[in-house]
Design a protein around this ligand. Structure first.
Ligand SMILES: [Zn+2]
Length: 439
C-alpha cells in the first residue's frame, strides 16, 4: 500500500473555511494528505497527531479556499491593452482583428501559461476559461498548475480559429478523450457556446443535446450590455435569456457570463432553472456595460460567483480587485452600505463559484474530505494591521501581492510567491516574443 505524504499547514493566524457556518478558526492547522484535506483544528493538537509530517509554518498568515474565477479568457493575456475606451461592440471588433494575427494554437498555449501564472500568483486556483484551441489552452494552464475548467467554444460562423460548425461539433465529441489525455486536477466536462447572438438557435439546441449526452456543464455570455440584448432580438427575434430557454440551454443550469441586463421575469426563470451568473464588475464598469444588481439576483435565488473576464477588457486577472469592486458596486447600486457583506463577497469568490461549476462537494471551502485548493495570505504587512474581521480584511485591505503559498489538489504550485512547476521568466519571455513587442 502506498502511503501518501502528509503536509501540515501549521499555526495559521486565521483559517477562513467558507463552510456552511462560515467558521473561522484562530491559531489553527490544516492537514493535507495527497490531494485531500484530512484534518483541521487547534494548532498544537493537530501537530501532535502527525509527528512525521512535513510542516509549513504559517504563523502570521491566513488561509482560505483558493479563489474561483467564474469567467475569464486566459490566453487573452496576450491581448492585454488592445481595446481601450470602447464598448463591447468596439471591443469585439478590435480583439477579433488582433486574434486573427497572433492567437493561433501556439499563441493560445503561450497566453494560457501566462494567464495561469498570473492567476495562481493572485490566489486563483480554479478558472472557468472560455477560449479557442481548447486543447492547447488546457495543456498550457495545467502545466502551470491551475484547476482549469475549459472546453470547446462555439460560433455559428468560422470565427478566429476558422472552424466549420461540423468541425466544432467533432472537436466537442472528442473533448472528453482530449481532456483525459492532457490530465491535471479534476474538472467537469464543459461546453462553451460564445453567446446567443453569435450562435444560432438551432446550433444552441445541438449544444444542449450534446451537453445532456456528455453530462457537461455549459457557460455562455448573456445580456452583457443593452446593445447585445437589442442585437439579439434583431437577429433572432428574442432576448438572450429567452433564446437560451427556448433552446434547452437554460435547463442545464448554465453559468451565464456577465448577465448584467436581466429583467424580472428573466431573473425568476434563471433562478427556477438553477442557472448561475458570473458577475464581472471590473469588465462591466470598464466597458460601461452596466451594473448587475447582484443583491437582487441573490434575493431572487440565483447563484452568483465572480469573474475577472479576459485581460483585453479588464486588463488583469486579479480576483482580489474584483471582490472589492463587486462589494463597492453592490453598495453603490443599492444606495445602501449594508447591501452586501464582505463575508458574502468572499463566499461568492469561493464556495458559490464552486457551486456554479457543480463542484461544491469537492472544492470551494476548507473542510475535511475536500480537495486541498488553498491559498495563504501574509498578514504581516502594514496595510493588513490590525484585523477586526478577517472577511473585511480580505475584501477591503488585502491584495494579490499578499498571496504567499498556493495549493491545488494538494500540490504546492506556489511556494513563497515562487511557482514550483514552471519557470516564470521563460513564460514571460515567450509571451513577449510571440506578441512581437520588445519590453
Ligand atoms: Zn467574456
Amino acid at each position: 500500500m502506498i502511503i501518501l505524504p502528509i503536509i501540515i499547514l501549521h499555526n495559521a493566524r486565521y483559517v477562513v473555511t467558507c463552510d456552511s457556518h462560515d467558521t473561522v478558526l484562530e491559531n489553527a492547522s490544516l492537514v493535507i494528505q495527497g490531494s485531500i484535506i484530512i484534518d483541521l483544528g487547534p494548532a498544537q493538537e493537530v501537530k501532535q497527531r502527525y509527528p512525521k509530517a512535513r510542516v509549513i509554518d504559517l504563523t502570521d498568515q491566513l488561509i482560505m479556499p483558493g479563489l474561483v474565477n467564474l469567467h475569464t479568457h486566459l490566453p487573452m493575456t496576450l491581448l492585454r491593452g488592445v481595446a481601450e475606451n470602447v464598448d463591447l461592440q468596439g471591443f469585439l471588433e478590435l480583439v477579433w482583428a488582433e486574434e486573427a494575427r497572433i492567437m493561433d494554437a501556439e499563441g493560445t498555449y503561450i497566453g494560457a501559461r501566462l494567464g495561469a501564472l498570473e492567476s495562481l500568483l493572485a490566489g486563483t486556483t480554479t478558472a472557468l476559461d472560455m477560449y479557442l484551441h481548447p486543447a492547447e489552452n488546457h495543456r498550457g494552464a495545467v502545466e502551470v498548475g491551475l484547476r482549469h475548467v475549459t472546453g470547446p467554444v462555439f460560433f455559428s460562423f468560422p470565427g478566429p480559429d476558422n472552424l466549420t460548425w461540423n468541425e466544432r461539433m467533432e472537436l466537442a465529441r472528442e473533448w472528453p478523450q482530449t481532456l483525459s489525455e492532457i490530465g491535471g486536477p479534476y474538472v467537469p466536462l464543459t461546453l462553451m457556446p460564445h453567446a446567443p447572438l453569435t450562435v444560432s438557435p438551432e446550433n444552441l439546441g445541438e449544444i444542449a443535446a450534446l451537453a445532456r449526452d456528455q453530462e457537461a456543464i455549459i457557460t455562455v455570455h448573456a445580456a452583457e450590455n443593452i446593445a447585445e440584448n437589442e442585437d439579439t432580438v434583431k437577429a433572432h427575434g428574442e432576448r438572450p435569456i429567452q433564446l437560451l430557454n427556448a433552446t434547452g440551454i437554460l435547463d442545464l443550469k448554465p453559468v451565464l457570463a456577465h448577465g448584467v441586463h436581466l429583467n424580472e421575469s428573466e431573473r425568476h426563470l434563471i433562478a427556477a432553472k438553477g442557472g448561475c451568473v458570473a458577475h464581472c464588475p471590473g469588465s462591466n464598469m470598464k466597458l460601461a456595460s452596466g451594473a448587475a444588481d447582484i443583491v437582487q439576483y441573490r434575493k431572487d435565488g440565483i447563484t452568483v460567483g465572480l469573474g475577472s473576464d479576459g485581460t483585453s477588457s479588464s486588463n488583469d486577472l486579479d480576483l482580489f480587485a474584483v471582490m472589492r469592486i463587486a462589494a463597492n458596486l453592490a453598495r453603490l447600486v443599492r444606495n445602501d452600505p449594508a447591501a452586501i457583506s464582505a463575508l458574502e463577497i468572499v463566499r461568492a469568490a469561493t464556495i458559490e463559484g464552486a457551486r456554479a461549476l457543480g463542484m461544491s462537494e469537492r472544492i470551494g471551502s476548507l473542510e475535511v474530505g475536500k480537495e486541498a485548493d488553498i491559498i495563504s495570505i501574509n498578514l504581516r504587512e502594514p496595510h493588513l494591521i490590525p484585523i477586526r474581521d478577517p472577511f473585511t480584511t480580505i475584501v477591503y485591505s488585502a491584495g494579490r501581492a499578499d498571496v504567499r503559498h498556493v495549493f491545488v489538489a494538494g500540490e504546492q504550485v506556489i511556494d513563497d510567491r515562487r511557482p514550483t512547476k514552471v519557470d516564470p521568466q521563460e513564460i514571460m519571455t515567450s509571451a513577449l516574443n510571440h506578441v512581437g513587442h520588445v519590453s
